[in-house]
Design a protein around this ligand. Structure first.
Ligand SMILES: *[C@@H]1O[C@H](CO)[C@@H](O)[C@H](O)[C@H]1NC(C)=O
Ligand SMILES: *[C@@H]1O[C@H](CO)[C@@H](O)[C@H](O)[C@H]1NC(C)=O
Length: 321
């Protein structure tokens, strides 16, 4: 049917006017159509540009609102700070003057540092499994849960129990002597890097309490002691602290979101993004006021390892009972 009518149209002689005029008309028509279709797609391109710009601006606003209080990233999760630590010197506060001074240990040089070459990611994974097994025995109702292998303290509901007493012989099924050996070995290496970085005698610094594993997820804290995000100064909270360190056992952005460590300085907030195997350490006075962002997704594991210059506050390495 359509073939037939097409043939018919072609065969019909042109109505009024010669063939060349019709050809011109057709050409003009084509040119007009092309022009308008070009103008049509130009409109489309403009619209697309607007959409891209608006969504880009929205994304930028969203991302910068997330980071608005972060002035500088001292170490991002993606980078490997190795073999040498990255050190940021800060003037010491007067906090140390309210305490007895221990030459060779009391901070004279203060600051903060990040090192990824002290503990391997494999070692961090072994320690993380240790933390997972231990904390699986109990845990807080929300916020942070802690496990302290030295004192045996383990979060349970709204309080703590002594893991060695509460679980007795079962502990041998949860932790191995190799786990404890690795824990002691790692704490020795952390002590050595702190001493080297701050120019101390490592034999004059002592492990102190609390030194503990922490597990944090996005569930809201039910008790005050599970609220981990408040800004604080370690030397003010625990007078015995002189150097604080954190060994991260999971990765910011892939294992969890939020949960970055933030140094809160007068002129800006500086963050350390957790990375499995990363050690972050600093002098414990008010030159290093800090906080941890709330975890918004996933689970964050870390170990806090604390050191004192005061032998009276020294604690021993943990051993399996
Ligand atoms: C977070 O951990 C607590 C135990 O400490 C648990 O009850 C809760 O279900 C966990 N929340 C998420 C979102 O995994
Ligand atoms: C640092 O962060 C806090 C909130 O976490 C914010 O109130 C403060 O303004 C920030 N400081 C600077 C100098 O940006």
């Amino acid at each position: 049917m359509s073939r037939g009518s097409m043939a018919l149209v072609r065969q019909r002689p042109p109505k009024g006017g010669n063939a060349s005029e019709i050809e011109r008309k057709i050409k003009r028509g084509n040119a007009l159509r092309q022009g308008s279709s070009w103008r049509g797609s130009r409109g489309l391109v403009a619209l697309l540009l607007v959409v891209v710009c608006v969504s880009g601006a929205a994304t930028w606003l969203y991302l910068s609102s997330l980071d608005s209080d972060i002035t500088e990233v001292l170490a991002s999760q993606r980078e490997l700070v190795s073999p040498e630590p990255r050190v940021f010197t800060v003037q010491c506060s007067e906090d140390y003057e309210n305490h007895k001074r221990y030459p060779g240990c009391t901070p004279q040089k203060c600051g903060r540092a990040v090192a990824d070459g002290v503990v391997t990611r494999e070692e961090a994974q072994v320690l993380r499994r240790l933390a997972e097994r231990g904390l699986a025995l109990a845990g807080s109702e929300g916020g942070a849960s802690i496990l302290d292998l030295h004192s045996g303290a383990l979060s349970m509901g709204k309080q703590f129990v002594n893991i060695y007493r509460y679980f007795g012989d079962q502990i041998g099924d949860v932790f191995t002597p190799e786990d404890f050996q690795l824990y002691r070995d790692v704490r020795g290496r952390i002590q050595a890097i702190i001493a080297k970085t701050f120019g101390l005698d490592p034999t004059l610094m002592y492990l102190t309490k609390p030194t503990f594993f922490s597990r944090i997820n996005s569930t809201a804290a039910k008790t005050q002691h599970d609220e981990y995000w408040h800004p604080h100064i370690d030397k003010v909270t625990y007078g015995s602290f002189d150097y604080t360190s954190l060994l991260y056992l999971s990765d910011y952005d892939s294992d969890f979101t939020g949960g970055r460590f933030v140094f809160m300085d007068q002129n800006g907030n500086r963050t350390v993004e957790p990375r499995a195997g990363r050690v972050s350490f600093f002098s414990s006075g008010s030159e290093n006021l800090h906080r941890v962002e709330k975890v918004t997704w996933g689970t964050r594991y870390a170990i806090t390892v604390s050191f004192t210059c005061d032998p009276a506050h020294a604690i021993a390495d943990p051993t399996l009972p």
